[in-house]
Design a protein around this ligand. Structure first.
Ligand code: ZN
Ligand code: ZN
Length: 272
């Protein structure tokens, strides 16, 4: 039987331990005892639930109503119909909401790399049918961002998924050549402009004909993974399948007609 910290350790020492080690759940604040996931109690971690919406068969965008896919499970959303993405299929496994959001923020922005394995485990638990992929690639960071953050969060996830699928992970070929402000501070229009031509391949010949699984932590508008996929396809890769742990939900559940208006604006912007 495990007794909680407060029962076994005098007050001043508890203060010292709390200072050095995370002992309370980040979400509910209850003291952590033998919980297997760092920073989260088993109950909060267990409340992370996967995407249950009916979704676009191409980009995984949740539809406002389940009717959209009730009679045609392969229904794609209007933006995908009008301007098909460069990837074949995106799988976005969990809504990017607390407590998953807390976990990804701690992992990515606070350097809590001990969360890499539990987060990768969430992805492995919900892996879609991935017909034989030849190669796994994480979405790369620009070297300047990599220096600041010291690790690429997507590579840490990709590495664990690669081991699970027994598939090689390539993390030096696809590179980000354009530095950029954090995507989260940009509008959709800004993101598109910011990312055009942002990625390149060091050895384009080595991916010819290969089916690639592209991994990122969060799918927001999809522009990042789409630009990566475009770069890979241009170099002659086979299908590019996208897999992300989270998906932001704000833009995801608006009706198709509003999305269609947004697409019109995007087409205008692109001169289409
Ligand atoms: Zn908790
Ligand atoms: Zn779509």
């Amino acid at each position: 039987m495990t007794r909680s910290l407060s029962e076994t350790v005098p007050g001043f020492m508890r203060q010292a331990i709390r200072f050095l080690l995370p002992v309370d759940c980040t979400v509910c604040g209850l003291p952590l005892t033998d919980d297997p996931i760092p920073y989260f109690c088993a109950s909060c971690w267990g409340s992370i639930s996967s995407m249950t919406h009916s979704c676009c068969a191409r980009c995984d965008r949740p539809f406002a109503s389940p009717i959209a896919t009730a009679y045609s499970p392969d229904h794609v959303c209007q933006p995908c119909m009008e301007r098909p993405p460069s990837y074949t299929r995106a799988w976005t496994l969990y809504p990017y909401l607390p407590p998953l959001q807390n976990a990804i923020c701690l992992f990515k922005y606070k350097g809590k790399v001990s969360l890499a394995s539990p987060l990768a485990r969430l992805m492995i638990d919900r892996l879609p049918p991935l017909d034989s992929v030849d190669l796994i690639m994480p979405v790369p960071l620009h070297r300047q961002r990599l220096r600041e953050r010291e690790f690429n969060q997507s590579l840490l996830l990709a590495d664990r998924i690669g081991r699970h699928l027994d598939t090689p992970v390539s993390f030096t070929n696809l590179i980000r050549i354009a530095p950029s402000p954090a995507q989260t501070t940009l509008s959709r229009r800004g993101r598109l402009k910011n990312l055009r031509g942002a990625f390149s391949l060091r050895h384009p010949g080595s991916i010819a004909g290969k089916r690639i699984l592209l991994i990122d932590d969060v799918f927001t508008t999809g522009t990042t993974v789409n630009e990566c996929a475009k770069t890979l396809r241009k170099a002659g890769s086979g299908d590019v399948i996208v897999l992300t742990l989270g998906r932001t939900m704000d833009a995801g559940t608006v009706p198709d007609r509003i999305l269609a208006q947004q697409t019109d604006q995007t087409l205008e912007l692109l001169g289409g």
